[in-house]
Write a protein that binds this ligand. Structure first.
Ligand code: PLP
Length: 373
């Protein structure tokens, strides 16, 4: 007899938990498993958070967030992403991931189908299944770009939602504007809602980021402060989309999160006011080094045009778990591909880490590639 709900029957976050555990048990781990940028929260953002505490801005805020923050977000989305929105059509959430759950709760009924491109950010399918929806995976192999014919063939009269994530975690793929325009046409023809997770929009090394919400109004554009402003622990995200859906999410927020952290919101206002130092060139250098060194070691690397991940196939036909275990024996922590994909034999390498750690990790990956099977 268990008290645990069947809702959790297929919920599985063990790969992440194990990676975190390894970090604390290995002596000097080379941790390339975490999706965290190496930068620290900028000083002016920290100062704004501290100021919020010292000036007692520590009470609940409106469920959808402080007006000043929502206005700053709306200005950013209009100016940088060409997404027409107002402070009213923006809602602030305690991290994009919680925001994703709120969207699912607001729009999905049991039996509705959600299309998710494989590989994917792990919460997408788990949260969808948890609310009773059916996940339909569309593989993006071998290029990690969506194949639109396969996408169309996967649409049924139960398809309610397609989740898009560009630049992509874990493949690093950046979807071209042309692909996204065609995808929007398909969604419109079939009356499908889109979620566009754009949390890595600043990290583009090849091509250009394009927001599908600028051309397709039935898009919920989601973003946050974790990666762009090095604020993963502050837990703050936001979204905009059709007013009816934003209103429903605000209704839900009122009795679930109640309000996002007031301190984080004041810090986020400062983050949007003053440009965070540009890190793109540094990340491009890291990306170039990771790709060329992995290729030299014999790994095949596709995608990797953006974000800070490479999703690579294990050598010697090792399973992802065998590969991750072999890496752990050398002190290197990676995430098993099964957390991100229905495909077998992949691992995710994060190059959010600093250069010195990355080089150590790449040395170990080279040794593993050259070991006998
Ligand atoms: N979306 C994607 C695609 C991610 O990879 C991550 C973190 O790794 C997030 C969202 C997390 O966003 P947040 O910290 O705002 O929950």
């Amino acid at each position: 007899m268990t008290f645990i709900s069947h809702r959790l029957d297929t919920f599985d976050s063990r790969d992440f938990r194990e990676a975190i555990q390894k970090q604390s048990t290995l002596a000097n781990p080379v941790n390339l498993s975490v999706g965290v940028p190496e930068e620290l929260t900028p000083e002016h953002v920290k100062a704004a958070g501290i100021h919020a505490i010292l000036s007692d801005k520590t009470t609940y805020t409106p469920a959808n967030g402080l007006l000043e923050l929502r206005q700053a977000i709306a200005d950013k989305l209009n100016a940088e992403n060409n997404i027409p929105c107002t402070a009213e059509s923006v809602t602030v959430v305690p991290g994009l991931t919680t925001g994703q759950l709120l969207v699912y709760l607001a729009v999905l009924d049991p039996g509705d189908e959600v299309i998710i491109f494989d590989p994917y950010y792990p919460p997408y399918p788990h949260l969808a299944t948890m609310v009773g929806a059916r996940v339909v995976y569309v593989s993006t192999l071998p290029s990690f770009q969506p194949d639109l014919a396969t996408l169309e063939a996967s649409i049924t009269d139960r398809t309610k939602l397609i989740v898009i994530n560009t630049p992509n975690n874990p493949s690093g793929a950046v979807y071209p504007e042309e692909t996204l325009r065609k995808l929007a046409t398909i969604a419109e023809k079939n009356n499908i809602l889109l979620i566009s997770d754009e949390i890595y929009e600043q990290f583009v090394y090849e091509g250009k980021h394009f927001s599908i919400g600028s051309i397709y109004p039935n898009t919920i554009t989601m973003n946050g402060f974790s990666k762009a402003h090095a604020m993963t622990g502050w837990r703050l995200g936001y979204m905009t989309g059709p007013q009816e859906i934003i209103d429903a999410i605000n209704e839900l927020q009122q009795y679930t999160v109640f309000s996002s952290s007031s301190i984080a919101q004041h810090a986020a206002i400062a983050a949007l006011k003053h440009q965070t130092p540009q890190v793109l060139q540094k990340y491009k250098k890291k990306r170039d080094m990771v790709v060329s060194r992995l290729q030299r070691s014999g790994y095949s690397v596709m995608g990797a045009q953006g974000a800070f991940y490479a999703f690579v196939k294990a050598p010697h036909n090792l399973t992802d778990i065998e590969f991750v275990n072999r890496a752990t024996e050398h002190g290197l922590i990676l995430l098993a591909g099964r957390a991100f994909s229905q495909l077998h034999g992949y691992v995710r390498i994060s190059y959010g880490a600093d250069l010195a750690l990355l080089e150590k990790g790449l040395d170990i990956l080279d040794v593993i590639a050259k070991q006998l099977p």
